[in-house]
Ligand binder design. Structure first.
Ligand SMILES: [Zn+2]
Length: 294
């Protein structure tokens, strides 16, 4: 069974050269607040690796494929730029990388055209989006049109979710994402598979039953939860609902010098998962949602 990291972010060489200056020039302050932040220890929250550095981190960990996720940018032009960059990445490494498109829902018809274009270029999902962070109401007509098109194109949708009970996750730039909103969307679009990032904010603790089209990923888990969340999440939601994903290049072990995000978290997940759930969570579920053959 392949090992698939279902939640990775990469950026263009232009952005990587000077992320803070790039964010200022492109009017992306929210992204800058989250991704160019420096911890109290003085360490940046993440580095800005190239595609080749990602592939080396995957090789070192024994990861077969990574899913490149977009970002909930504040500007449609930034979304389009990232889509072009991701299309080039997956065309260069179709055996190792899959990519999701991103759009700004308020762009209306242009957002729909951008999603069609990105899909035509080989991107196979939509997200990571956060309508809450993009200041788009959950019942916004353009947002609902974007989700309807994702359904028409058969694209899974990854959405950023924060836990309503913040523990270690109470970081600067955090935006509340009411969990009922995601259940409402999933019921509204039963044909769209929704992947709720960051364990979906552990929504099984408050929502009685998950709709069949709701999945969770484990992005950033070591920063948010103890390893026991793996057993709890699988028990509550089922092994077929959880996708292992890192949130690379976010540094997941800031207090452990030398512990790599991808390799370190794969080791943690393997040890924390019930043995019967390992194949599904570490790659089988992602392969199924992405339509990847064995
Ligand atoms: Zn996220």
């Amino acid at each position: 069974m392949p090992i698939i990291d279902a939640h990775v972010h990469l950026y263009s060489p232009e952005l990587n050269r000077d992320p803070a200056a790039w964010a200022a020039a492109h009017a992306e302050p929210h992204w800058a607040a989250l991704c160019t932040r420096v911890r109290k220890s003085g360490r940046p929250v993440q580095a800005f690796p190239s595609v080749d550095e990602l592939l080396r981190a995957m090789d070192a960990a024994g990861v077969d494929r990574a899913v490149l996720l977009g970002w909930y940018w504040e500007n449609p032009a930034t979304c389009a730029g990232q889509n072009r960059f991701y299309a080039a990445c997956v065309q260069a490494h179709p055996d190792r990388l899959s990519g999701f498109a991103t759009v700004h829902p308020s762009a209306g018809k242009d957002a729909l055209a951008e999603l069609r274009r990105a899909h035509g270029e080989g991107l196979v999902g939509l997200g990571e989006l956060s309508s809450h962070s993009q200041h788009v109401a959950m019942d916004d007509a353009h947002w609902l049109e974007v989700l309807a098109l994702a359904g028409e194109l058969g694209l899974p949708v990854n959405l950023h979710v924060t836990d309503p009970v913040p523990t270690a996750g109470n970081y600067p730039g955090r935006v509340e994402t009411p969990l009922e909103d995601f259940i409402t969307l999933a019921r509204l679009f039963p044909k769209v598979n929704f992947i709720l990032a960051h364990w979906g904010g552990c929504l099984w603790r408050t929502v009685a039953a998950l709709p069949d089209n709701v999945f969770l990923d484990t992005a950033a888990s070591p920063l948010l939860y103890a390893p026991e969340v793996f057993a709890e999440g699988v028990r509550a939601c089922g092994a077929d609902r959880v996708l292992w994903g890192t949130d690379y290049p976010l540094e997941l072990y800031p207090r452990e010098a030398g512990r790599e995000t991808v390799a370190g978290f794969l080791t943690e997940a393997r040890a924390a998962l019930p043995p019967a759930a390992r194949d599904a969570v570490l790659g089988g579920n992602a392969a199924r949602l992405l339509g990847l053959g064995a």
